[in-house]
Design a protein around this ligand. Structure first.
Ligand SMILES: Cc1ncc(COP(=O)(O)O)c(C=O)c1O
Length: 495
C-alpha cells in the first residue's frame, strides 16, 4: 500500500517494500560458502539428513497448528505425549517436556518450578543470562558461588564440592542448586558428589545442559545430569543434538519436583501456537541420537582428539583438552568442544575470531579475550576440520609471538547488593558509565555469545567492571543488555 504520494516518495516506498532484508542476508550467507563451527549442531542439515529431507520435501506445508490428531503442547494427550515419552526414555528421565522457545525458557521454567519470591538458589556466577533473568521472573535470591578460574587459559571452569558445601551450610534454606553441565568450553563440575550432597539436605539440583545434549548417548563423554540423579535438566537439542534452532527439552526426575508443577510453569510463558516444525525436529533428533548416537559420537570424539593433537603441533596454538581434568573445578571434559587459546599468538581471541571469518570463511561459536571456541557436532567430518586446520597452519605462521596482556583475568566477581528482581523494578537513573563506580547496576551487560553477564541488576559496579567494559568496547564484540547500546551511559539504582 502506498501511504504518501509526494515527489519521489511513492517510488521509494514501493521499492523498499519489495525488499526482504532478512531473507536476502540469509541467502547471501548460504551462498558465501561458510564452514560452520557454531550452532545449530546439525551444521546446515548435514548432521541430520532425515530432518533436512523432511523440511525440503514438506516445508511450509507441514507448518501446522494444534488439532485433534496432532495433539496440543500445553496439555498433551496424544502424539506429542508419545513423542515426549520417547524423549524421556532416550534420556533415561521420568518425563520430558518439548520446549519451543529455546533453552532460555527451559532454564526459566526450572527456576520457576522450585522458587517463589524470596527463595534462595545457589548458582555459579558464570551462569547464562537466561538463569539471571529467571531470577528476575521468579523473584528468587541468588547465592552466587565462584567458579574456579584457570588463570593460564583465562576461562571460568566448574565449581568444587567444597564451595557448594560452604554455600549449603550458610544457606540451609536454599531451594535448589543450579549447575552448568558442561561450561561453554566443555568443563564439568563434580556433579555426582554435588547431587548426593544436595539430596542429603533435601535440596533440588537443576542442570543447565545447554551444551550437553549429546552426553546421554555416549559413554566416552561426561555423564548426563539426569543419569547422575539431577532433578531437572535443560538440554539444548538444537545446539549439539541435531534439531532446529530454538527447539529444546526439559527433563524431569520426579521426587522433589512434581510433573504437574513443571507443566504449569512451562505454560505460563509458552506460546499457545507451538511450532510443529520445531517439535518435529525434536522427534528426528531423538530418533537419530537414540539409534545411532553412540556410533556417531564415537566418530566425532575421535575426530576431535585427532585434530586437537594436530592443532597442538602448531607453534603458538594451544587447544586445551583432557589434560585439564583434575585441576580445581574440572571434573571431566567434553572433547567435542575444540578451542584455540591465543596466549602464544600476537593476536587476541576476538581478533582471531574476526580473521577466521573474514579471511578463511570459518564461523567460530564464540571468542573471548584469550580463546576461540569451535563446536564440533554430528554434521562435522574430516573435510570441515581440515579446513580449520589449514587456516590455523597459516595463522600460526603469521601470528606466533607474544602481546601485551591487557587483562589478566576478565572474569570479575561483583558484589550482590539487592536481588535481581528488586533491582529490575527499582527506580533508576541514567549516568555516565565512567562515573558509575560503586553504584548498583540496574541492568545487565554482557558479551553475546556467551551471554554470561559481566554485571547483573543488583550488583555493585567496581572500577574493574568499568575498565573491562571500556576495553570490550574497543574489541569488535557484540555487547548486549543495556538500554544504551553504545554503553556511554548505564542505568543504576536511584532517583
Ligand atoms: C549455558 C547456556 N544456558 C542457556 C542458554 C540458552 O539457550 P537458548 O539459546 O536455546 O535459549 C545458552 C545459550 O547459549 C547457554 O549457553
Amino acid at each position: 500500500m502506498v501511504l504518501y504520494c509526494y515527489n519521489n516518495l511513492e517510488v521509494i516506498i514501493i521499492i523498499s517494500q519489495n525488499r526482504l532484508p532478512l531473507v536476502e542476508a540469509m541467502i547471501n550467507y548460504h551462498n558465501s560458502d561458510i564452514t560452520p563451527f557454531d550452532v545449530p549442531g546439525h551444521k546446515h542439515g548435514k548432521g541430520n539428513q532425515e530432518l533436512d529431507e523432511f523440511l525440503k520435501k514438506y516445508g511450509a506445508y507441514l507448518d501446522v497448528n494444534s488439532m485433534k490428531e496432532l495433539d496440543i503442547l500445553s496439555d498433551p494427550i496424544g502424539v506429542i505425549k508419545e513423542a515426549e515419552e520417547l524423549m524421556a526414555q532416550a534420556y533415561g528421565s521420568d518425563h520430558a517436556f518439548f520446549m519451543v522457545n529455546g533453552t532460555t525458557s527451559s532454564v526459566q521454567a526450572m527456576i520457576l518450578a522450585v522458587a517463589k519470591p524470596g527463595d534462595k538458589i545457589i548458582l555459579p556466577r558464570n551462569a547464562h543470562k537466561s538463569a539471571i533473568n529467571g531470577l528476575i521472573l521468579s523473584g528468587a535470591i541468588p547465592v552466587f558461588i565462584q567458579p574456579e578460574i584457570d588463570e593460564k587459559i583465562g576461562i571460568a571452569n566448574g565449581v568444587t564440592i567444597e564451595s557448594v558445601e560452604i554455600a549449603l551450610a550458610q544457606n540451609p534454606d536454599a531451594k535448589a542448586i543450579f549447575l552448568i553441565n558442561p561450561t561453554y568450553y566443555g568443563v564439568t563440575s563434580p556433579l555426582k558428589e554435588i547431587i548426593k550432597l544436595a539430596h542429603k539436605h533435601g535440596v533440588a539440583v537443576l542442570a543447565d545442559e545447554a551444551h550437553g545434549a549429546h552426553f546421554a548417548f555416549s559413554d566416552i563423554l561426561p555423564d548426563s545430569a539426569i543419569k547422575l540423579g539431577a532433578d531437572m535438566s535443560s538440554v539444548s537439542m538444537h545446539k549439539t543434538g541435531g534439531s532446529l534452532t530454538q527447539s529444546s527439552v526439559l527433563l524431569l526426575n520426579e521426587g522433589l519436583i512434581e510433573k504437574n508443577k513443571v507443566r504449569s510453569v512451562i505454560n505460563l510463558t509458552t506460546s499457545t501456537s507451538a511450532s510443529y516444525l520445531l517439535m518435529a525436529s525434536l522427534d528426528f533428533a531423538r530418533k537419530q541420537l537414540a539409534l545411532n548416537g553412540e556410533e556417531m559420537l564415537l566418530r566425532i570424539c575421535n575426530l576431535c582428539d585427532k585434530y586437537r593433537e594436530k592443532f597442538n603441533t602448531l607453534p603458538g596454538i594451544y587447544s586445551f583438552g583432557k589434560e585439564m581434568i583434575g585441576l580445581k573445578g574440572v571434573n571431566n571434559f567434553d572433547t567435542t568442544k575444540l578451542s584455540v587459546n591465543t596466549n602464544g599468538l600476537k593476536i587476541n581471541g576476538y581478533e582471531l575470531y574476526d580473521i577466521l571469518r573474514e579471511k578463511y570463511k570459518i564461523q567460530a561459536e564464540l571468542a573471548d579475550l584469550n580463546n576461540v571456541l569451535f563446536i564440533i557436532s554430528l554434521g562435522d567430518d574430516e573435510e570441515s576440520l581440515s579446513i580449520l586446520y589449514d587456516a590455523l597452519v597459516e595463522i600460526s605462521r603469521m601470528y606466533v609471538g607474544t602481546k601485551e596482556v591487557m587483562f589478566k583475568n576478565a572474569l570479575l566477581n561483583p558484589q550482590v547488593i539487592v536481588s535481581p528482581r528488586d533491582a529490575y523494578y527499582a527506580h533508576k537513573k541514567r549516568i555516565k558509565l565512567k562515573e558509575s563506580i560503586n553504584q548498583i547496576s540496574g541492568e545487565s551487560v554482557m558479551v553475546y555469545p556467551p551471554g554470561i553477564p559481566i554485571i547483573t541488576p543488583g550488583e555493585k559496579i567496581s572500577e574493574d567492571v568499568i575498565n573491562y567494559i571500556e576495553f570490550l568496547k574497543t574489541q569488535h564484540t557484540v555487547i548486549t543488555g543495556p538500554e544504551d547500546i553504545n554503553l556511554e551511559y548505564i542505568r543504576v539504582l536511584g532517583l
